[in-house]
Ligand binder design. Sequence first.
Ligand code: GLA
Length: 350
Amino acid sequence: MGWNSWNHFAGHIDDKTVRAAADAMASSGMKAAGYQYIVIDDTWAGKRDDQGFIHPNEKFPDMKALADYVHSKGLKLGIYSSPGPRTCAGYEGSLGHEEQDAQTYANWGMDYLKYDWCQSGGTVEQMEAAYTKMHDALVKTGRPIVFSLCQYGWHKVWEWGASVGGNLWRTTGDISDRYFSMADIGFDQNGLEKFAGPGHWNDPDMLEVGNGGMSEDEYRTHMSLWAILAAPLMAGNDLGEMTPYTVELLTNPEVIAVDQDPLGKQGYRIAQEGPFEVWMKPMADGSKVVGLFNRQRTTEQMSVNFSDIGISGAATVRDLWMKKDLGGFRDKFSAYVPMHGVVLVRIKVQ
Ligand code: GLA
């Protein structure tokens, strides 16, 4: 769980923006809810010196001081590079400098690296070799650094991401702040659940919650679906400018508990009728979290049959967004679900 600069700020980031994000994460309730990593995405890199060591550009005068600042808030700092010669925004990549760059990041105090395959093409063997090279270089530094693979899901990265040392890997192209982008990506994750587990996760991209392009119900769908998917929760909004609703969406403890459940099972679709999808995530305590998702443009009544989630007879149902026990139900649970919205419940045998 954390925050990444790209979705909201893209190239408009600097030392000040990142410090402000850390301040806001610490003071807004995000840190208390479990968010921890502040990740500087593309456009920080400057030039290499005569010995080949990378330096940040003028936007980041002192990376070590920035990392010290973020750490002083009880948070962690991450950075971004590419296995090729250039990053996706055309900045210096790590090709041929993997060990030097890993050591530089470790010296600065980085705790996370997003490593983004930006050159077009490449065989699966080339990708595996490039990611393994950086993974080995990170390990060699002796500093624990989360390794985030980013390469748009080419070559079924979920099949080999863990074997090259990835802690998470992007399974999709870039998300945008629109319902149809988010929904296409999120609902398309079905079937990838067997590749995720503790320490190695599918990554359907960063959150757009709070960026303004979706309705409240659509953002609630976004959070609910990512939680059911056990997806990395990397906020992508301006943490310094959050409405109370955005804070509530990002920090609801019962929804975060779904995402972070220790069993580490990625949820999946258990029923679908056209635009109505029912998803389920098994939890460590034996309960089942169910999302009734309505992808249609009108409110509709939807149901989950307990037999589809391995429950026979009676069970109690709690609404995780309303934070309310709805009582005991037998055989099925039904609810009205708004347009592009969700009803997210936790179902437990008594
Ligand atoms: C790619 C990635 C994005 C972001 C940009 C930066 O598009 O998928 O998440 O890192 O590069 O240029």
